[in-house]
Design a protein around this ligand. Structure first.
Ligand SMILES: [Zn+2]
Ligand SMILES: [Zn+2]
Length: 291
């Protein structure tokens, strides 16, 4: 069984938030206050992504130890798309395919935001996520939706896309509007050097996992097994197509053997691993594609 996966590099794991608002649009805190808050909780990188507004990170680099990525949340006229690595604001056209195409033209990343937001839990109807092409991934955990209508977790959407053969990464963000949003969910990226370009490249390549509290120290594939070292005892679930849980194992190190651990169903195009730690703490790996 061939296992194709993004965890091929080495380097340090850096933690960051890709979706942040400030008083430049509808956030409660200034850019300076937000930078201080993320620095104080030990984040390594941050993207300020105000609504249809690009806050130039170059104005703030001298004042923070955070690696700053330029970003925008495309908001007006439709469903929201986080634009990371922005060189300019794209016109928020109602045609979101045109928006994603414009983002890609900049060499930047497009991430449809909070799919399960709003009273109908359906900010991004699944059909529209399926039709839309060219985006890099979706928010599988948007912490702001913990206190808004809907549900922060959107692995249900992700499994549907992955099962249909789409190759999209999962991202975790705070969608920070207020201090209570800071540090609820993040994306951890493995990079050799701590520069905006290196972080963006690794994010694009999916050398990442998503966390709400569980730290993963190593993700590797060896001799047909997916191996994972966490910094605490976790309960890990091997999830495959259409969200089916194939196996559950517990420990600080967990190992899933393929194809032996695929016990339900016949066709498997991917697996991914979810880890639960203490309380609500969790982590989600990117998919491992099977052939
Ligand atoms: Zn939004
Ligand atoms: Zn937002």
């Amino acid at each position: 069984m061939q296992i194709e996966h993004p965890y091929t590099g080495d380097g340090r794991w850096l933690r960051g938030n890709l979706h942040t608002h400030t008083t430049e649009t509808d956030g409660a805190d200034t850019v300076e206050e937000v930078l201080d808050a993320y620095e104080s909780i030990g984040h390594d990188f941050l993207a300020i992504s105000d609504h249809d507004l690009l806050v130039d990170p170059d104005r703030y680099r001298a004042d923070t130890s955070l690696t700053l990525l330029p970003a925008v949340e495309v908001t007006a006229n439709g469903t929201h798309v986080v634009h990371v690595g922005a060189t300019a604001v794209v016109e928020p056209r109602a045609d979101r395919q045109a928006v994603v195409d414009d983002i890609r033209e900049q060499g930047a990343m497009a991430i449809p935001a909070h799919p399960n937001w709003e009273a109908d839990f359906d900010h991004w109807p699944q059909r529209r996520l399926s039709e839309l092409t060219g985006y890099h991934g979706i928010e599988i955990y948007n912490g702001n939706i913990e206190r808004c209508p809907g549900t922060p977790l959107a692995t249900d959407r992700w499994d549907q896309l992955l099962s249909a053969g789409r190759r999209v990464w999962g991202f975790g963000t705070d969608d920070t509007h207020d201090a209570v949003d800071i540090g609820n969910a993040w994306t951890v990226v493995q990079v050799a050097e701590r520069t905006p370009a290196a972080v963006l490249e690794a994010l694009t390549a999916g050398q990442t996992y998503v966390s709400t509290g569980v730290d993963i120290e190593r993700i590797a594939v060896e001799d047909g097994s997916i191996e994972l070292d966490a910094s605490e005892r976790v309960t890990a679930r091997l999830v495959s197509d259409w969200g089916r849980v194939q196996r559950t194992r517990a420990g600080e190190t967990v190992r899933f053997h393929l194809p032996d651990d695929l016990v339900y169903g016949r066709e498997h195009s991917y697996v991914r691993v979810e880890c639960r730690g203490r309380g609500d703490d969790a982590a989600w790996t990117q998919p491992f594609y099977l052939a």
